[in-house]
Design a protein around this ligand. Structure first.
Ligand code: AMP
Ligand code: GLY
Length: 420
């Protein structure tokens, strides 16, 4: 079977690597991929928003199944577009992808179906928002209703900070937007909860905890993710039951009542407050770097799960997992998430000897004449599966330290809540 993957991050390399383990998969294409995917797939230089060229290539090369990694093409309707050309594509359609594409869409769904989430208001002008703030309790959370990779979110301790945030949003810092969302601040611990769905049935696809802040101790600016571990320390059966019944099931029912369904990975970003789940956000894809901690634990053939979803037959499949822990440390370019340099060579990668429970997933890398160069803020992921988070982290750090890269930095404290 031929499989295509849209995307070029660590998540997509992890997906390629899971497919590579399948006996059913003969050939993998990656659009556009990175220096890591190039070792196991054929990288095709087509950008992820060029739906027409993607379609032409997929048709010409008779690719059997296409898997979409990142949110942007999903929100822009790549699944609708490719499906309309009779391509077998795994991911949610444009309407379902609004769960990630529009925070307001999700908030309205929460309200209608009584899904626990932070209290909120939607404001169309600075003045309206300012009036609201005369009587509200701080801190509050101010959000732009756009896809901004976590960056359009401000946690504000007073009215002045909030007004600055609102000004930035209305001035178009995150793109054109006519509204801001103001939310109650929830104090608890975050957890990423994943399901995979075929539109009729769904199964849990693990939990994880990522570290979004750039510096150790969860300090500094938000990033795409500096590392993660799976499972979350908060996971328990009682909480699972609440998440499924109070959040996931009503959401899927809500989409059905809108005349659509959800096929793909759904990632609920939750705040757990005293063992009660609150929805902070939905993402309509696997998390990155969470995916790099979940797929290494998967025993079942990944493509069989995807095929079952596309055949609306997920109920017939058992998903088996290693009963292990997995932890991932992200190696970044110095300066990230602000300015950083690209095109710096990364040496010694071929000197690393990996065991079968150890994975290096590339993200922002490119390969030129057999050499690997940096090509982004988050550059590589070091994931290790083992019985203990502590062992996984030690080995991940040992591997990173063997890489000879003067322009890199990473957090040494990933998983501190479950280790130290
Ligand atoms: P979002 O892009 O909505 O996931 O927000 C990014 C991050 O901001 C989340 O991962 C949380 O750490 C934080 N956050 C967002 N909304 C809230 C909230 N209502 N209460 C507390 N923290 C929040
Ligand atoms: N790790 C956060 C995300 O994938 O959105």
């Amino acid at each position: 079977m031929k499989v295509g993957i849209i995307g070029s991050g660590g998540r997509e390399h992890a997906i390629c690597s899971a497919l590579k383990r399948s006996k059913k998969v003969d050939k993998i294409y990656c659009f556009p991929g990175n220096a890591g995917t190039k070792l196991i797939a054929e990288n095709i230089d087509i950008e992820i928003d060029n739906f027409n060229s993607l379609k032409d290539f997929i048709k010409l090369n008779h690719i059997d199944i296409v898997i979409v990694g990142p949110e942007k093409p999903l929100v822009n309707g790549v699944v609708d577009y490719l499906s309309a050309h009779n391509i077998n594509v795994f991911g949610p359609n444009r309407i379902s992808s609004q769960l990630e594409g529009s925070k307001i869409f999700t908030k309205k769904l929460c309200k209608k179906y009584n899904i626990p989430t932070a209290g909120f208001g939607i404001f169309e002008s600075e003045k309206e928002a300012a009036n609201f703030m005369n009587n509200c309790k701080f801190p509050i959370v101010v959000k732009a209703d756009v896809l901004a990779a976590g960056k359009g979110v401000y946690i504000c301790d007073n009215k002045q900070q909030s007004m600055e945030a609102i000004k930035e949003i209305f001035s178009g810092k995150f793109g054109d937007t006519k509204v801001v969302l103001i939310e109650e601040f929830l104090k608890g611990e975050e957890m990423s909860f994943f399901i995979i769905s075929d539109g009729e049935n769904f199964k849990k696809f693990g939990t994880a905890q990522d570290h979004k802040r750039v510096f150790e101790g969860d300090k500094g600016k938000n990033t795409g993710g500096m590392g993660a571990y799976s499972p979350s320390r908060l996971e328990n059966n009682d909480l699972d039951y609440k998440i499924l019944n109070k959040i996931i099931n009503p959401t899927l029912k809500g989409l059905k009542e809108l005349g659509t369904d959800f096929v793909g990975f759904l990632y609920a970003g939750l705040m757990i407050v005293e063992n009660e789940p609150y929805l902070i956000e939905y993402n309509v894809r696997m998390g990155d770097p969470e995916c790099q901690t979940i797929l290494p634990k998967l025993k079942t053939d990944f493509i069989e799960i995807i095929e079952a979803c596309l055949n609306k037959n997920l109920g017939s499949i058992e998903i088996d997992w290693y009963n292990d822990k997995c932890l991932c440390v992200v190696l970044c370019s110095k300066g990230y998430p602000d300015k950083f340099e690209n095109n710096v060579e990364i040496r010694n990668l071929n000197k690393l000897d990996l065991n079968t429970n150890e994975f290096i997933y590339h993200a922002g890398t490119k390969s030129i004449n057999g050499k690997v160069f940096s090509n982004g803020g988050r550059v590589m992921n070091f994931s290790v599966r083992s019985k203990e988070f502590k062992n996984s982290r030690e080995r991940a750090l040992e591997l990173i330290n063997k890489v000879n890269w003067e322009n890199g930095f990473f957090r040494k404290d990933i998983g501190y809540k479950v280790i130290d």
